[in-house]
Every structure is written in structure tokens, then in C-alpha cells.
Design a protein around this ligand. Structure first.
Ligand SMILES: *[C@@H]1O[C@H](CO)[C@@H](O)[C@H](O)[C@H]1NC(C)=O
Ligand SMILES: *[C@@H]1O[C@H](CO)[C@@H](O)[C@H](O)[C@H]1NC(C)=O
Ligand SMILES: *[C@@H]1O[C@H](CO)[C@@H](O)[C@H](O)[C@H]1NC(C)=O
Ligand SMILES: *[C@@H]1O[C@H](CO)[C@@H](O)[C@H](O)[C@H]1NC(C)=O
Length: 811
């Protein structure tokens, strides 16, 4: 016994030593363990605590939270998507500055990704709530402020590389995020599997008022200690209790609303002092298709009459119809839903029509699911998304249902006024309506988490209600007579619409003025009734059904980026499948770039660089910001249009998907790219990823540099275009390896028509990018986001580069 005693004692005292220091610092080689509830770091002022936080009785997350609040308020967490077990899990600091979270079985669930060559000194929690790893000489090797979860604290920067993601109830990524968009504007996004939509600031509104501000070099936003938030895009807001000495947080709540909270120190509760949407029901997609957001008075989801819930645990999946609607007018009726609308899903708009006419319009159209009638305006809808009911909504919605379907008055969703007098009962489950009678036996683990979050939600709603009232009181004077959401209403609904064939026939004067023809169809110029010039594209070869086509288009129609051709609407009438697109003044890039005619203007260097950057931004948006699956698949100069300022706009994106549904084969391999621009994996059976566009982009870059088509570079008639490309790339790669020395080869390579008038650094960067973009191995190609970053770093417009190129010339 005695022999064992000494080492044990030693161990205990070592443990004790580490332990004591662990309250302020975590030293390299030491750990915080999940069992010991005192194993935590505190900020010197005591305001924040960092350690393992239980989200259910046996699941823990390494987090930072406010120390003194009534309900635990987490501001940052490491492994929230993968909690660890309540026994044996730890978080360790390595000597190289790495922090790792390990589960009971030693499995690595999270790491901060730091492998510093200099030794880490300690990890500590600052007074601001920032968890940092300090290296020698007080340098910060890593900080939690750089990877926020759903909360931004005062003095924590939001930059182009950070984003807030709403916390979801079921341990999966939330579907809302707050970050800078591709045009360096801060926005709230709804992220779906395939796509993401901006829902705040109201997109149309925002784009037009801020268009002039894009291409800023800086992207940063910060909430200061006074409660004022200011972004580099001029997005700003002010806490209603503006002033120093208040603890605040800006949180993207799981209901998709961004709220600024202030802590009431005496009772440890939060109150809302600003929020993005005064009415939470206006947040996109809360209740899914055929769902209606109602105030009970707290926001909750109900189904449209005649519909049933799809997934009780995730109401954003919406509801499905319990009936099938025939196309026979005699078998249909309309059920009135007062003060209800489905926002953003108008098929079209008819002004100054009678109620009966509106009803007839919807009866006649089999795809019409109902209509909104308001002050003589008629809005038929073919999708019931964005549903909400609010006493303030003007007009009523008329839902089309089979005559035989019984609709009880109690199944018609009604909202109560949401007001400050409401005092919610927190012992009632605060979740969305229509709770199931029994909870799932097997999922007790999730159930616990679920219950916990419901409680938070309930607490929040109280403060939301109070905050709302507060803001309305303060701002009431500015809002007289205008219901704020009404403004947004008009904005969203004018966005994207369906056109009839007759309308388009009229607009194009019976398809008279052909302006282009491509693999996907013929393009005509047209002028709409509101005098907008449009390009009308008749699609050939659409195999998919009408509903699918419309659905896909409603996705494409919401893509908005200055380097992508805008889709204004579509027509799907009988056999006709037509797209209505933004009309672009100048011709496509191939005509301008490759023309040898004197009548054509020569594209100068700055324009070529601008085109490269713009195309990269457009693709990056398609790949990363917007739709995972929007791979262009046919990028080439023909599909790059130029506006009057030679700003590029990519067209025909999304067609790969559209043209390829009907078949059993759901990947895109049946759509063929264009020889010379297609990546090698098209030929092999490897899956097609966004990297095929990166490849095509590389080829376009080379053509921009050289001013002629790759296929024209062959040294003899027998050389295949793929061989030419490989030969040129090999040559360029070798030249790039020659650091320093004479760089004459660049001048030799670049379009001789430019007479050596080009920016050397930009040209070199473009060559480098082109070489890496057309790598045979697609994993070695950069992403479009990387490409944009690289190009931006040598963009003269951003001003950073001048100094750099000046100093490099001196060398
Ligand atoms: C977390 O642990 C505390 C203390 O053991 C307990 O009171 C609380 O109910 C737990 N929380 C959850 C969500 O299980
Ligand atoms: C936030 O950005 C400012 C300006 O770029 C910088 O000085 C400051 O250190 C940043 N703060 C943090 C916590 O990174
Ligand atoms: C924020 O609001 C306060 C009080 O209304 C005002 O004094 C202050 O100037 C505002 N701050 C900014 C930056 O607008
Ligand atoms: C809250 O709801 C519970 C359960 O429905 C009920 O028993 C309780 O009386 C309610 N409390 C108040 C203050 O209404």
C-alpha cells in the first residue's frame, strides 16, 4: 500500500497545481475535464465563463457564456454540432497553440486548427468574452472572436471570413445566417440545402439603394461599447438603451431574427433593444410550404386548411395537402383566410380588377393555388410559401380547395394581436402549434435538448414582446400611418413573375428580333409593358414537368448578383418554356475579345481584369453563397455578357439542372459542356463538382490574357485543343518557376494588340491562377472563392496594391 501512496500523492498535487492555475489560465499540456464542474476559466472581471456546458443531462459542449444571467446564455461554442459525453471528455491546450476537444473515447470532435511553430504560453478568457491562445511575446495565436457561432459581442468584428449561424434545435446547422454577401453588404440569409436567399434587408430595396457602394475594399462590422452597430457597407443600428456600461450581445436567434439584447443586471434577464424584423413572422421560411405563421401571441406555425404537418420536429418543412386538386372548375371552392398572405410567391399581379375577375383568373389556371385580393389588386399564387397571418395585414387570401373538403372554422389560422400586454405562460410548452400527443420514446436525448431550447425560446419571447413595444414607442413618430412591413411587401412581390405566352409574343413582336442562339435555345429582344428591355429565351428540349420547371425557376429567379444575368420571370404555357432575362447592352465576350475586325473596340487591360474578377465573383456566388448545386457546367466567353461598362454578367447558369431533370440520371453528366472548356472529369466517370467551372474559368482567363481562343493556338492542324492547352500550361508553369530575372515571357504571352500596356503583377497573378485552375486533379484546383481573393489582392481599384507594386519595382 505504502509504495503506491507516494506517486498517488504526487499526482494529486500536480493535479491540484494545474487546477488552481486553470481558473485564470489554461497552460500548454493541461486540460479542462467535463466531470469537474469547477474546471472552468473565468474572465478577470468575472463577466464570462468558459468550460463544458451541459445541453442535456449527458451531453456537453465546450462553450463561453455569461456568468451572471438568469438563464445560461452561451455566446460561443466549439462543438455544438457534436456534443461530448458527460464522463471522460476533455479540452486540451497543446504546446503549439492547438486547442482540441476530445470525447470520452478519445475521439477528436473539435480543434481550433492552430499549429504554431512558436510555443503557446496560455489560453485565457478576456474581459470582452474572447477566448484567446497567447504565444510568446503576447501575440495572439487564435481567438474565439474569429469564429463566432450565433452571437457577436461588443468589439467583436464581423468580417468577410466570419458569419453568424442560427443555432438549431436539433443539433444540425441552423438555416439562417448573417454575413457579408458577395457585394460586401451585410445581410441575413436563409440557407437551404440547395440555395440561399437574402431576406433582410429587403433584397430589392437594399440592392438599389446600395448598388453604388459595392466593391468596397473593407468588409468589417462591429458593435461598439455604446450599443451602436456600424458596418463598412453603412448598415447601422443603435440600441434603444444606447450608452456605456451595459452588457450586450447581438444574436441571430433560431427563428431567423437578428436581435440586440441588453442585460438587466439586477435580475439577470435580457431585453431586446433592437431587432431586424419587428414581426418575427416575416422571417423567410419559418413555417415552410403551405404553412402559415400566426401570433398566438407568440409566433407559431399552423397549416393552411386542408393540409397536414410534414415533420413535427421541424416545422420549416411545412405542410402537405390532404387532397388532390383536379382541374375541373366545378369541383373547386375558395376558402377565405382573413388577414393572411403568402409573401413573395406571386405568380403575377392584376391591378384594378373585381373580386370575381380575380377568382376567375385563379379558377382558369390549374397551377393557381389561391389568390390574395386587396384594394382591387389581385395576386394569384402557384406556391403557398412565406405564409403568415397578422391582424395588420390588409386583404384576405382565398385558398382553392376541392368542394368536397370540409373546412372547420377552427382550422382557419387566426392571429391574435402581438402586444406588450401579453404575458406568456412559460410552463406551457412554448413551441410551435399542433404538438403531437405523445413524444417519441427512443429520442429522449433529443427530447431533452428540445425541451431546453423551448424554454429559452419562451424566455426570449417575453423580451421580444417588451423590446418590440419599446422600439415602437420610441420610433412611433416616424412610422405614422405606415406599417413597416408593408413596404417590404411590395418590394418582394414585384420580384419575379410568371408571364403568359401572349404577353411575351406582344413584348417580342411575335419573336421578331433574334439576338442570339445557343445550345439551350433562341434568344429574342423584347420590351415589356413597363418599358423594361428584356431578352426572351425560348428553351428547347425541356423534359421536365410543369411543376418541377416552375419550382426550379422560382429558385433561379431569386438568385441575384451583379455578375449574373437577372432572371425576371418565365413562361410555361402548354409546350412553351421561356425565360425572361435582363437585357444586356453589349455583346458576349467572345465577340468583343476575339474579333479581328477594326470596327470592334479592343478590350483594354483594365477591362480584361475587371471581366476576370467579375466572372470569378459571379461563379463564387453560384458555388458558395447561393446554391451548392448551381454549377454552371458550360462557362465560356459566349456565356459571358458585357454591359455598357464592360462589367461581365454570366448567363445560362442553372440551365444544366433545368435541361436535365426528366431522366432517371440526376447528375449533370448528360449536359455537355463545350470542347476546349470542359474539365477532364467529364470524360471520366468521376462526379461533376463545382471544380468543372473552375477549370473552364482557367481557360477563359488564358483567353482573356492572350486575346484569342485556345483552339486557335494549335501549332499544327493535328494538335487537339486539349493537347494545346496542356502544352501551354506546362510552358507557363515552368516560366512561373523562374523567380526574378527577366520576365519577358509574360509580354510575349499577352495579347500583342495591347502593345505591352498591362499591369505586370495582375498579369502574373492571372497566369498563376489559370495554371492552377486547369489542374488535371480537381482537388488541386482552387475554389472560386480563393480565386476571387487572389484577384482582389491585386485589384488596383482596391488601392492596396499600388504601394506593393511600387515597392516591388524598386527591387
Ligand atoms: C445541466 O446540469 C444542471 C446541474 O446538474 C441541471 O440542473 C440541469 O438540469 C442540466 N441541464 C440540462 C439541460 O439537462
Ligand atoms: C477589429 O478590427 C480592428 C480594425 O481592423 C482591429 O484593430 C481590432 O484589433 C479587431 N478586433 C479584434 C478583436 O480582432
Ligand atoms: C444612438 O442613439 C442615441 C440616443 O438616441 C444618440 O444620442 C446617439 O447619437 C446615437 N448614436 C449614433 C451613432 O447614431
Ligand atoms: C400555465 O399553464 C399551466 C398548464 O397549462 C397551468 O396549470 C397554469 O395554471 C398556467 N399558469 C398561469 C399563470 O396561467
Amino acid at each position: 500500500m505504502d509504495t503506491h501512496f507516494t506517486p498517488l500523492l504526487l499526482l494529486t498535487s500536480v493535479h491540484l497545481l494545474l487546477h488552481i492555475s486553470a481558473h485564470e489560465f489554461l497552460l500548454p499540456g493541461s486540460a479542462l475535464s467535463v466531470e469537474d464542474s469547477s474546471d472552468m476559466l473565468h474572465s478577470p472581471n468575472g463577466a464570462f465563463t468558459c468550460g463544458f456546458n451541459n445541453i442535456s443531462h449527458n451531453a456537453f459542449v465546450f462553450s463561453v457564456w455569461f456568468t451572471n444571467t438568469a438563464e445560461k446564455t452561451v455566446v460561443w461554442s466549439a462543438n455544438h454540432l457534436q456534443p461530448v459525453h458527460s464522463w471522460g471528455s476533455k479540452v486540451l491546450l497543446d504546446t503549439d497553440g492547438g486547442i482540441v476537444v476530445k470525447d470520452y473515447n478519445g475521439q477528436l470532435v473539435w480543434e481550433n486548427g492552430v499549429y504554431s511553430s512558436s510555443n503557446a504560453e496560455q489560453a485565457q478568457l478576456l474581459d470582452t468574452g474572447n477566448l484567446i491562445v497567447k504565444g510568446q511575446g503576447d501575440i495572439i495565436l487564435w481567438q474565439s472572436f474569429d469564429s463566432p457561432t450565433d452571437t457577436l459581442l461588443p468589439n467583436q468584428n464581423i468580417t468577410s471570413s466570419t458569419k453568424l449561424v442560427s443555432a438549431n434545435r436539433l443539433l444540425v446547422h441552423g438555416s439562417y445566417s448573417f454575413h457579408f454577401d458577395d457585394e460586401h453588404l451585410l445581410a441575413l440569409f436563409q440557407d437551404l440545402k440547395d440555395t440561399s436567399f437574402i431576406y433582410w434587408p429587403i433584397p430589392e430595396n437594399n440592392v438599389w439603394s446600395k448598388k453604388g457602394n459595392s466593391f468596397r475594399a473593407t468588409t468589417i462590422g462591429v458593435l461598439d461599447s455604446w450599443g451602436y452597430f456600424l458596418g463598412s457597407d453603412d448598415l447601422h443600428f443603435n440600441a434603444s438603451d444606447w450608452g456605456l456600461g451595459v452588457m450586450r450581445r447581438l444574436t441571430l436567434d433560431y427563428d431567423g431574427n437578428l436581435r440586440l439584447y441588453s442585460l438587466n443586471k439586477p435580475n439577470g434577464r435580457w431585453s431586446v433593444t433592437w431587432m431586424a424584423y419587428l414581426e418575427t413572422c416575416f422571417v423567410r421560411g419559418l413555417c415552410g410550404m403551405n404553412g402559415i405563421c400566426v401570433y398566438t401571441p407568440r409566433p407559431a406555425c399552423a397549416c393552411a386548411p386542408g393540409h397536414e404537418i410534414i415533420d413535427q420536429s421541424d416545422r420549416s418543412k411545412g405542410c402537405r395537402p390532404k387532397f388532390s386538386l383536379s382541374c375541373n372548375r366545378k369541383e373547386m371552392k375558395f376558402v377565405k383566410l382573413p388577414s393572411t398572405d403568402f409573401i413573395g410567391y406571386d405568380q403575377s399581379q392584376y391591378s384594378l380588377v373585381s373580386f370575381l375577375t380575380c377568382k376567375k383568373i385563379c379558377l382558369k389556371d390549374c397551377s393557381c393555388k389561391g389568390f390574395l385580393y386587396r384594394d382591387g389588386n389581385c395576386y394569384p399564387k402557384s406556391f403557398l410559401g412565406g405564409g403568415l397571418s397578422s391582424p395588420q395585414l390588409p386583404g384576405s387570401f382565398y385558398l382553392k380547395l376541392p368542394k368536397t373538403l370540409q373546412v372547420l372554422a377552427s382550422s382557419i389560422p387566426h392571429s391574435q394581436p402581438s402586444g406588450p400586454r401579453y404575458d406568456p405562460n412559460c410552463s406551457v410548452n412554448a413551441d410551435f402549434l399542433d404538438k403531437p400527443e405523445s413524444s417519441h420514446r427512443g429520442s429522449q436525448y433529443l427530447y431533452l435538448i428540445y425541451g431546453f431550447l423551448s424554454a429559452i425560446f419562451c424566455v426570449e419571447v417575453i423580451f421580444v414582446a417588451l423590446g418590440c413595444w419599446f422600439i415602437l414607442r420610441r420610433e412611433g413618430k416616424h412610422l405614422t400611418g405606415v406599417w413597416p412591413a408593408e413596404v417590404g411587401y411590395e418590394m418582394i412581390t414585384n420580384h419575379f413573375r410568371r408571364y403568359t405566352y401572349t404577353e411575351l409574343q406582344k413584348a417580342t413582336r411575335k419573336f421578331k428580333d433574334e439576338i442570339g442562339r445557343g445550345a439551350s435555345g433562341l434568344v429574342y429582344k423584347g420590351v415589356l409593358r413597363d418599358k423594361r428591355a428584356v431578352a426572351v429565351k425560348r428553351l428547347a428540349d425541356i423534359k421536365q414537368g410543369e411543376e418541377e420547371f416552375q419550382h426550379e425557376l422560382s429558385v433561379i429567379g431569386r438568385i441575384y448578383h451583379m455578375n449574373l444575368v437577372r432572371v425576371w420571370g418565365f413562361c410555361s404555357d402548354g409546350p412553351h418554356r421561356i425565360l425572361v432575362l435582363e437585357y444586356i447592352e453589349n455583346e458576349s465576350l467572345d465577340k468583343t475579345l476575339f474579333s479581328t475586325k477594326d470596327s470592334h473596340i479592343l478590350l483594354q487591360w483594365n477591362d480584361r481584369f475587371k471581366i476576370a474578377l467579375g466572372v470569378a465573383k459571379g461563379l463564387a456566388y453560384l458555388h458558395h453563397e447561393c446554391l451548392e448545386w448551381v454549377i454552371h457546367c458550360d462557362l465560356k466567353p459566349e456565356n459571358i455578357l458585357l454591359d455598357e461598362n464592360f462589367e461581365p454578367k454570366i448567363t445560362d447558369f442553372g440551365l444544366a439542372k433545368l435541361l436535365n431533370r426528366g431522366g432517371s440520371n440526376k447528375n449533370v453528366s448528360r449536359v455537355h459542356g463545350t470542347r476546349g472548356y470542359i474539365a477532364p472529369e467529364w470524360v471520366s466517370s468521376a462526379p461533376i463538382t463545382a471544380k468543372v467551372d473552375v477549370y473552364s474559368f482557367g481557360v477563359v482567363l488564358l483567353e482573356l490574357l492572350k486575346g484569342s481562343r485556345v483552339s486557335d493556338w494549335a501549332s499544327d492542324a493535328d494538335e487537339e485543343v486539349e493537347m494545346v492547352l496542356r502544352r501551354v500550361i506546362k510552358m507557363l508553369a515552368e516560366k512561373l518557376m523562374l523567380e526574378g530575372g527577366e520576365q519577358l515571357w509574360i509580354t510575349d504571352f499577352i495579347d500583342s494588340r495591347l502593345n505591352s500596356q498591362f499591369n505586370n503583377l495582375q498579369a502574373r497573378t492571372m497566369v498563376k491562377l489559370a495554371v492552377s485552375c486547369v489542374e488535371e486533379d480537381r482537388r488541386k484546383r482552387p475554389t472560386m472563392e480563393n480565386v476571387v481573393q487572389m484577384l482582389l489582392s491585386v485589384d488596383e481599384a482596391s488601392g492596396i496594391i499600388q504601394q506593393y507594386s511600387a515597392s516591388s519595382k524598386r527591387v
